[in-house]
Design a protein around this ligand. Structure first.
Ligand code: ZN
Length: 497
């Protein structure tokens, strides 16, 4: 064997730290050129097929469950690292191009990464449409590069010995994607009427557009929800989001291990994220605030959920248990916190909203929209990875997303709107789990579980475990039964009632 397991772990730790710092700097808009490829080359052994094959074989043959679990997590990491290694130069080029790409409108140059924010904040529909058209052009300009990356991923999956990319992701993650598709597709039909009703109402009243004529940019405007800026102002965001964490007896900064970067920078990505240079000791929560409103609150709460989880993982645990494993687990904790926006008591007591019904309905609509979008995305990504990129995939993307969102959806982002290794599946699994976890918290720690100091130790004990247990095992341990979409749909229906 080229490396001992111990060396492999040490390499993994310093590689993950270096990569995380680099990604933080480029995505937060602090650095123009991405240098991730150089880091991958420095740790080329982690992207070597021979090392992957050895660990993969060892994981299959491991006699004892704990050892097999860690080896499987390591094999998943090595397999995805091999795949990413092949596309390292193109990936850097894409990250750099995305950060530097701009669009021109009426003689004004606007960074691509500021376009979505401008669209959301533009009340004039024709100006919004012009911004969206310019944005879509800029997105399409990078599609060749995205296609190159995707094809490199597909080729490497086969070289690793799998029949194709989907089979590779499935084998490495242990997630049955076809079964998940079977579980989540019914969400679309089951929630169709409820979604159509509440969407129509909001589009008419807030954006002044009948749903038949609505475009993606109208939805972006709808979800910006300036109506709620006064109810959920930027000035109260920190207190409202961190208040319940303190009430549960948890330090929202985890004793200084969590740092918040909420500075406004034009090249900062609009998508909030958490960087984890060191787990659990150095966690950076990155958001790009837009001046308040439900989206800023939801983004902050979501990333706070991730940050709290990472910052409370057992420090002495093996690197596999701190850094690797099923990301559906951390997404569940993030959804648990952003779900506070759908808790009447939180809106009243922590956000100071005296009449929470409108925000509650709005937040439920937003959640349902996300859920429908991701159910469609999983369906689409299975097709994309089976057929490969091209006109057919772009058309399928447009059609499936239009059908799920009930709004005419553009085809151009058909490669930009795809996270590698079916990350969409992690979100879907997490939503399904989180609804059951929320029901459990309500049962055990009262309806307003986020005000109960007994909830804190319960959550801390879960966070402490990192991602060593898969969601299925965690659900069994908590006694919340098999995966089902029922609790999820019921909670949304209750909030919309
Ligand atoms: Zn997340």
């Amino acid at each position: 064997m080229a490396l001992s397991i111990q060396q492999l772990r040490e390499d993994l730790e310093s590689f993950a730290e270096a990569l995380s710092r680099e990604e933080y700097l480029t995505r937060a808009g602090l650095k123009e050129e991405s240098g991730a490829a150089a880091i991958r080359e420095r740790y080329a052994l982690l992207g070597s097929r021979a090392v992957f094959e050895e660990i993969w074989a060892a994981a299959q043959a491991a006699p004892e469950a704990e050892g097999a679990r860690r080896l499987a997590a390591l094999a998943e990491f090595l397999g995805t690292t091999c795949v990413e290694y092949q596309a390292r130069a193109a990936n850097d080029q894409l990250a750099t191009s995305e950060a530097n790409q701009s669009l021109t409108l009426d003689g004004e140059r606007l960074p691509l990464r500021s376009a979505e924010s401008r669209i959301r904040n533009e009340p004039d529909r024709s100006r919004r449409a012009a911004l969206e058209a310019a944005r879509l052009c800029a997105v399409a300009e990078l599609n060749d590069l995205r296609q190159e990356i995707l094809e490199a991923h597909h080729r490497e999956a086969v070289r690793l010995g799998f029949p194709g990319y989907t089979a590779c992701c499935q084998a490495l993650s242990g997630i049955d994607l076809a079964a998940l598709r079977g579980l989540t597709q019914p969400i679309l039909a089951r929630s169709q009427d409820m979604y159509a009703d509440v969407l129509t109402w909001h589009l008419r009243r807030w954006v002044g557009v009948p749903p038949r004529e609505a475009r993606r940019h109208d939805l972006a405007r709808l979800f910006r929800a300036p109506e709620f800026d006064r109810s959920l102002p930027a000035s109260r965001l920190r207190e409202a989001t961190e208040g319940p964490v303190r009430r549960m007896g948890i330090d929202p900064r985890a004793g200084g291990r969590i740092r918040v970067d909420d500075a406004a920078r034009p090249r900062k990505t609009p998508r909030a994220f958490v960087a984890t240079p060191r787990v659990p000791d150095e966690v950076i929560l990155v958001v790009r605030p837009e001046g308040g409103g439900p989206d800023d609150y939801a983004a902050f709460l979501h990333e706070l959920g991730h940050a709290l989880h990472f910052a409370h993982i057992e420090g002495g645990a093996a690197v596999e248990d701190r850094r690797l494993g099923d990301a559906s687990v951390t997404e569940s904790y993030a959804f648990l916190l952003d779900g506070l926006l759908r808790e009447r008591g939180w809106l009243k007591r922590f956000a100071g909203v005296s009449q929470p019904r409108d925000i509650l309905r709005f937040a439920a609509l937003h959640k349902l929209w996300l859920l429908r979008r991701y159910a469609a995305k999983l369906d689409y990504e299975l097709l994309l990875h089976a057929e490969g990129p091209g006109a057919r995939a772009a058309e399928a993307y447009r059609e499936l997303l239009s059908r799920a969102t009930l709004v005419e959806w553009p085809a151009e982002p058909y490669l930009a709107d795809v996270d590698p290794f079916f990350y969409a599946a992690r979100y879907l699994r997490a939503w399904i789990f989180e609804a059951r976890l929320r029901d459990l918290l309500r049962e055990r720690f009262d309806e307003e579980w986020y005000r109960n100091d007994r909830t804190g130790p319960f959550l801390l004990a879960l966070w402490h475990q990192g991602q060593r247990h898969r969601l299925e095992d965690l659900a069994r341990e908590l006694g919340i039964g098999d995966p089902s979409i029922e609790p999820l749909l019921k909670q949304i229906a209750d909030d919309l009632a």
